[in-house]
Design a protein around this ligand. Sequence first.
Ligand code: ZN
Length: 406
Amino acid sequence: MQQRMKEINEQAKSCPCGSNHHPIEIDAIYIESRAMDRIASYLLERNYKRVLLVADSITLEAAGAKLQESLLASDLEIKRCIIPPDHQGDVVADERSIVHLMLEVSPDVTDILIAVGSGTVHDIVRFAAYKMNKPFLSVPTAPSVDGFNSKGAPIVIKGEKITIPASAPAAIFADLDVLVKAPAAMIAAGFGDMLGKYTSLFDWKFSHAIAEEPYCPLVASITEKALQDCVAQVDEIAARSEEGIRLLITALIESGLAMLVFGQSHPASGAEHHLSHYWEMEYLRLGNKQLLHGAKVGAACAEIAALYDRVIKEEQLPKAAANAAQDEASSGKLLYIQDKWGEIQGWQREIPATDQLKAWLQTVGGPTVPSELGVTQELVGRSLREAHEVRKNRYTLLRAHNEFLL
Ligand SMILES: [Zn+2]
């Protein structure tokens, strides 16, 4: 992964795409068995002596306790912060968890934080570390999301989920001995988050062609390769073999690197993420127990793929363009879409058939349709009509569909 990071940084430096690339400033990414054993010497080499290890009760058991022991053996000073669950038993990245952590960070004493956990623990640490100007290390305990190395922290504030700029980890230690023991549902969720790249890559090209959103073929190819590697090994991932888990966490981290280098989430997030976000906000409003991010994204990807397939095969937008020709107000963008229709059709053909997407999700044991997650048909229908509004700055095919065809 060291080599891959260097390669990406080099290519980005001379990338002719015209968008503003950001060098990846992560010291090291280790994806291997016993990766955690490297942490003590990493800390000692950089003179980080006073360490705050952050976990929840589950990830403490999965990796935190063992890590603490090995750091103590190296004469490092370790304090531990265990994030408590909410009344539903979930650890949530909200005000309560953030303050709980910030109270444990001493501005003059703490040298570094270590996030031991899944995406949520990482988001809590990422935010607190950034605000308190401390570096942090990432120790993922499940290959469940592509956000470990993200710079943005999705945080629930006053019951609303918003993404706040924060910092990326100084280094990542993805220990395969820990990751292979992750719950099957979280592994399936990681695969679902990757599968979502089919529709996000489509939407990215679409939004670039129709709304001139920034696009970079180099970054798109990083995400695309991560996606292909992952799908090619779906059986290994389903078997939860060390090789399968290595491939999945590598793909998730590479997808994260693509976002870091691009500086925005375009490469990894399109209408399928907007749908998932819509469901999440509804669950927050209702006070429902939250669902795994990647589980939602996987099922949402199949929904969006089915919708896009219909829109393209039935030539819905060129037909709307023909009918709207007299109406000056709406015809501008429609004519643009009509003009690029051939290209748009080509991009849509790169999204596998909905049945294939569902078959892959089934292979890894993830939910294939929203109802399996408990998301109602009513909510699915409403989200398909309204989810484009959750990201007002993104021109997805879902937005075009809802603007011109509803
Ligand atoms: Zn995602």
